[in-house]
Write a protein that binds this ligand. Structure first.
Ligand SMILES: Cc1ncc(COP(=O)(O)O)c(C=O)c1O
Length: 400
């Protein structure tokens, strides 16, 4: 009897984690490596949040909690949705999990049957298709190229929907492109969804607070209240509050779905860390002013990276509305050879050669479903970004 399950054969390990691990290993060997692969802010968790966690430990908040979140945190999440998104939810409509990832996974596990299709606009966050596959569903990737700024059009959404479509996963601002949908662009998509009552909407709003210039964030249930009863609005503290290691994500939606998600969680991980829940409570209810400061820093980095990458030969880099990623197109580099003779046949070869020859680690586009591209995470200092982009420029200039 084989040790490994058929389920495991359906999925692959996260390529973004693989790139980060490879970059760390090269660094440990003493190589001069700049890692632009990791999807996490370089800031520390703010002090008031860390202090709240310490207080929770000292107060003995170290035991099991209710499976899908302590009541205080659920209340704070309801207040957040009302304050920031104009959405009214009761605590019974809220689920807290071990990171945004577990929340999305719980929802898919609780709802997908074999044959159920889940529409995933590409480029997508690497985990969506694999989580759908783990849950027994069928991911349906819909390619959205640079010509539409990597955004899904209503025509493409309409064409992808079938009687078997169970979910539509929406992510704005997006990982890996940073693309954010305007209210009008989102309304055009929700108009399509209104015509297909069998389709549920999973909105992944993880990068809500990381938007630039005068871009206004919006989420489907807010833009089209008629979809409220079949929308799961997902969010978390990882990216906005620099809390990736604390592992707290949350969602709000119809009670029946939330209850089903709690069943999955109760038989897998039980409650998310008690201490982390108190930290997340402080994140959502404490001062929010640093978010504006961080936004400014990220916006400056975006501008730096976009302008430097657009100066690299063979690269076109659109300017995204949010998150901390850019997703440059490298069509102009395909077919060329590096100084050591490697022919750049695709974006994976490009990323490998870039890492080996210049020490800059990026994630190749095929991992996100649209090629030839690569993803840069610019959650690092201006100085490091300048050096990395300069290396990318000279790498591209050396291609023949
Ligand atoms: C779009 C998107 N959704 C969800 C997550 C998961 O976040 P968490 O660390 O809270 O699990 C990530 C993390 O990279 C992400 O980029």
């Amino acid at each position: 009897m084989a040790l490994l399950s058929d389920t495991l054969a359906r999925v692959k390990p996260s390529p973004t984690i693989a790139v980060t691990t490879k970059a760390q290993a090269l660094k440990a060997e003493g190589k001069d490596v700049i890692g632009l692969g990791a999807g996490e802010p370089d800031f520390d968790t703010p002090e008031h949040i860390r202090e709240a966690a310490k207080r929770a430990i000292d107060a003995g908040k170290t035991r099991y909690t209710a499976v899908d979140g302590i009541p205080e945190l659920k209340a704070a999440i309801c207040a957040k949705f009302l304050r920031e998104n104009g959405l009214t939810y009761t605590p019974a409509q809220v689920s807290v999990g071990t990171g945004g990832k577990q929340i999305l996974y719980n929802a898919l596990m609780a709802t997908c049957n074999p044959g159920d299709e889940v529409i995933v606009p590409a480029p997508y966050w690497v985990s969506y298709p694999d989580m759908v596959l783990l849950a027994g569903g069928t991911p349906v990737a819909v390619e959205c190229g640079i010509e539409s700024n990597f955004k899904l059009t209503p025509e493409k959404l309409e064409a992808a929907i079938t009687p078997k479509t169970k979910w539509f996963i929406f992510n704005s601002p997006s990982n890996p492109t940073g693309a954010g949908y305007t209210r009008d662009e989102l309304k055009a998509l929700t108009d399509v969804l209104l015509r297909h009552p069998q389709v549920w909407i999973m909105s992944d709003d993880m990068y809500e607070h990381l938007v630039f210039d005068d871009f206004e964030f919006c989420t489907p249930a807010q833009v089209e209240p008629a979809l409220y009863d079949r929308t799961l609005t997902c969010n978390g503290v990882s990216k906005a509050y620099a809390m990736t290691g604390w592992r707290i994500g949350y969602a709000a939606g119809p009670v029946a779905l939330i209850k089903a998600m709690a069943v999955i969680q109760s038989q897998s991980t039980s409650n998310p860390s008690s201490v982390s829940q108190y930290a997340a409570l402080e994140a959502l209810t404490g001062p929010q002013d640093f978010l504006g400061e961080w936004r400014k820093v990220f916006q400056g980095r975006r501008d730096l990276v976009v302008s430097m990458l657009n100066e690299a030969k063979g690269i076109t880099c659109p300017k995204p509305e949010g998150a901390f990623y850019v997703y440059p197109d490298i069509s102009g580099c395909i077919g060329k050879a590096t100084a050591s003779g490697t022919v750049i046949t695709n974006d994976e070869v490009f990323a490998t050669a870039l890492l080996e020859e210049t020490g800059v680690a990026v994630v190749f586009g095929a991992a996100f479903g649209v090629s030839p591209n690569f993803r840069v995470s610019y959650a690092t200092s201006d100085e490091v970004l300048r050096e990395a982009c300069a290396r990318i420029q000279s790498f591209c200039a050396s291609l023949v």
